[in-house]
Design a protein around this ligand. Structure first.
Ligand SMILES: Nc1ncnc2c1ncn2[C@@H]1O[C@H](COP(=O)(O)OP(=O)(O)OP(=O)(O)O)[C@@H](O)[C@H]1O
Ligand SMILES: [Mg+2]
Length: 271
C-alpha cells in the first residue's frame, strides 16, 4: 500500500458565494504529520471538510494520492472515503452507544465480521488510547479528553491511509494534551504509510508532532513547509504567531460597562 499525499491546487473554499480560503496551493506530504495552523475562524475546519469531501470547492481541486477527489465517480469516491479516518473537533461519538460500539462502528458499517472479532478489534484500539477499562461506558460518562481519545480510536480502527484530526488537544489540560500528541506521533510510527493531518492552534502540539506545517491567514496560505523552515522564518507574522503575541487581533478587551447596568447589579446584590 502506498502512502497518499494531499494536494490543493488553486483551491478556493467557502459557503454559498462567500469564500473563506482563496487560491490555496500546497501539498501535505504522504506518510508525514502535517499541522494546519491559523487563528480561530480562519478556515481550518472548512479546509478539513473539503479534504474528506463533505463540501465541494468553489474553485480548484483537492487531489488525494494524485486523484481529483471531486472528479471521482460515486463508487471510487466511496472507496476513497473509506480510506479516511476523522477525529472531529468534539469527538462526535453517538450518545446511545457504548464506547466499544462507537469505536467498532466503522467496521460494523462496512464489514460483516463475527461479533467476537469486532469486539477484539475495538478493544485493541481502545487499549492503544488507554481506554480499555471504559469499553462499556457511554460517552456522557467520560471526560472531554477521554471522549477525544475514543474519537481517535474510532478514527483509526479501519487503519485509514489518511487520518484527519480537528483540534485533538483543544480543551485538554497540558498533561493530557501532551499524551494526545504522543498518541498521534505513535500512530505515525506504527502506521508509517498513514498521512496525518492535524488542525491546531496549540504551539506546544505543533512542535511535538509536526513534520510539515500549513499556515492559513486572512483567506490565504501564508506558509507551507517543514517545521524547521517555519521556526527559522523571518516573516514578521509567523514570528509573532510563534511567539504567541496577540498582535493585530482586533479584540476590544476593555469595554466599560454601562453605569445603569452596574447600578442595577449593585442594588440587586444588596437587596
Ligand atoms: N456552515 C457554515 N456556513 C456558513 N459559514 C460558515 C459555516 N461554517 C463555518 N463558516 C464560516 O467560515 C469561516 C471559517 O470557519 P472554520 O470553522 O473553518 O474556522 P476554524 O479555522 O476551524 O476556526 P476554529 O479555530 O475556531 O475552529 C468562519 O468565518 C465561519 O463563520
Ligand atoms: Mg475549527
Amino acid at each position: 500500500m502506498q502512502a497518499w499525499d494531499i494536494q490543493f491546487r488553486s483551491l478556493s473554499v467557502g459557503y454559498g458565494k462567500h469564500a473563506v480560503l482563496n487560491d490555496i496551493n500546497a501539498v501535505l506530504p504522504a506518510g508525514k504529520v502535517s499541522v494546519i495552523l491559523g487563528g480561530s475562524g480562519c478556515g481550518k475546519s472548512t479546509l478539513l471538510r473539503h479534504i474528506i469531501g463533505l463540501s465541494r470547492p468553489l474553485a480548484g481541486q483537492v487531489l488525494i494520492g494524485g486523484q481529483d477527489l471531486f472528479a471521482l465517480d460515486q463508487p471510487s469516491f466511496r472507496r476513497m472515503r473509506r480510506q479516511m479516518g476523522v477525529l472531529f473537533q468534539d469527538g462526535a461519538l453517538l450518545g446511545a452507544l457504548t464506547l466499544l460500539e462507537n469505536v467498532a462502528l466503522p467496521l460494523t458499517e462496512h464489514l460483516s465480521l463475527p461479533r467476537p472479532v469486532l469486539h477484539e478489534a475495538a478493544m485493541r484500539v481502545l487499549r492503544m488510547v488507554g481506554l480499555e477499562d471504559f469499553a462499556r461506558f457511554y460517552p456522557n460518562q467520560l471526560s472531554g479528553g477521554m471522549r477525544k481519545r475514543a474519537g481517535l480510536a474510532r478514527a483509526i480502527i479501519a487503519e485509514p491511509r489518511i487520518l484527519l484530526c480537528d483540534e485533538p488537544t483543544s480543551g485538554l489540560d497540558p498533561v493530557t494534551a501532551a499524551r494526545m500528541d504522543e498518541l498521534l506521533r505513535s500512530m505515525n510510527e506504527q502506521y508509517e504509510r498513514m498521512t496525518l493531518v492535524v488542525v491546531s492552534h496549540d504551539l506546544a502540539s505543533l512542535r511535538a508532532i509536526a513534520d510539515h506545517v500549513l499556515v492559513l491567514r486572512e483567506g490565504r496560505a501564508v506558509f507551507s513547509g517543514s517545521l524547521p523552515e517555519l521556526e527559522t522564518s523571518n516573516d514578521p507574522y509567523l514570528r509573532q504567531f510563534l511567539q504567541r503575541e496577540a498582535g493585530d487581533q482586533q479584540m476590544a478587551l476593555h469595554q466599560p460597562a454601562d453605569p445603569r447596568v452596574q447600578d442595577a447589579l449593585e442594588k440587586w446584590l444588596h437587596s
